[in-house]
Ligand binder design. Structure first.
Ligand code: NAP
Length: 290
């Protein structure tokens, strides 16, 4: 069922939040070559602007990848809104360059729940995308361009990824440990992705020889920010009454939608994986930080 040789993996975005997690987890199992826009010589991460076709072609001198994990991109939604051309170059042109330079590699492209509008939630892998933001549109464009050009192109959509370093978790821990009240939206639903679950899905996508489908979801169960924060407070031993519900309609924050949750039923079935509750994930996260 699985590849057994020492795989050559090109990891883009290796300096980023997700790229670092992938590098740490699989560095011994796979032969990983990491690249990023600015590089990091202290960690052997090469500098490469993926929007530049010439720079991507030059990567052939470094590695002939069996698999490319494409985790580079601009996820700053406000910046993408302000400059769609730059967003296109970083999020779409980079993908087109990778698929055209490495047609023989399996490519796993990290996409987002923002390919959907967020009006209804429970979006399945088969749902037609309906992005409402420039960021979301660049992700859809990239998904489509990749799968149009390359038969070994796979999309892996994530919701907000959490571990102990994620900004929402850090904010909750800091505020609750100081006895401060935290206001959380009880009408903004999503399906945050626990990082260990993401790594499990990614491993299967990299190592399985035969994949039936081209689009996969790595997400957690549907929840609101309020319910998630309550679960966190409970498991981490903080006062749950410090977590208060507020409405997203009272907020001036952009890009808040009513329900952006993903369903990952088909992914779990094909990859033979199981999804835990957020409580179980948070328990695991707390145990790992001890
Ligand atoms: N984090 C999440 O919760 C989440 C959720 C859904 C989807 N995603 C998607 O997952 C991917 C990774 O997210 P992340 O949180 O790890 O992002 P991140 O921390 O912002 O990291 C972005 C990475 O992309 C690299 N990069 C940016 N422009 C580049 C270019 N032109 N050429 C080469 N590399 C470039 C950066 O390199 P430098 O550091 O050298 O500048 C950095 O390594 C993104 O595509 C994002 O859309 C993330």
């Amino acid at each position: 069922m699985e590849h057994t040789w020492y795989m050559n993996v090109l990891l883009t975005g290796a300096t980023g939040f997700i790229g670092r997690l992938i590098h740490q987890e699989f560095n011994l199992a796979w032969n990983i070559t990491g690249v990023s826009l600015h590089g990091d010589s202290s960690r052997n991460i090469y500098k490469c602007n993926l929007s530049d076709l010439g720079a991507v072609k030059a990567l052939k001198g470094l590695i002939i990848p069996d698999v490319i994990i494409h985790a580079a991109g601009d996820k700053d939604m406000s910046r993408c809104e302000l400059n769609p051309f730059t967003a296109y170059n970083v999020n779409v042109q980079s993908t087109v360059n990778l698929v055209s330079v490495f047609p023989q590699a399996r490519i796993i492209f990290l996409s987002s729940d923002y390919v959907f509008s967020g009006a209804r939630g429970g979006y399945a892998e088969t749902e037609v995308p309906s992005p409402q933001t420039i960021y979301g549109r660049t992700k859809v464009c990239s998904e489509m361009a990749g799968s149009l050009i390359d038969t070994e192109f796979y999309t892996l959509r994530l919701s907000a990824l959490y571990n102990n370093e994620a900004s929402f978790i850090k904010f909750l821990r800091e505020s609750l440990s100081q006895g401060q009240q935290v206001d959380c939206f009880d009408d903004a639903y999503y399906s945050p992705t626990y990082y260990r679950h993401f790594l499990e899905v990614l491993k299967a996508l990299v190592e399985y020889k035969q994949l039936i489908n081209r689009t996969f979801h790595a997400s957690g169960p549907r929840t609101s920010r309020f319910l998630f924060a309550k679960s966190f407070a409970n498991v981490a031993g903080f006062d749950v009454d410090l977590v208060k519900p507020v409405s997203r309609t009272s907020s001036s924050l952009p890009f808040l939608v009513s329900d952006l949750s993903l369903s990952s039923e088909r992914t779990l079935q094909e990859l033979n994986l199981h999804l835990e509750s957020h409580e179980s994930f948070i328990i695991d996260m707390e145990q790992r930080s001890e």
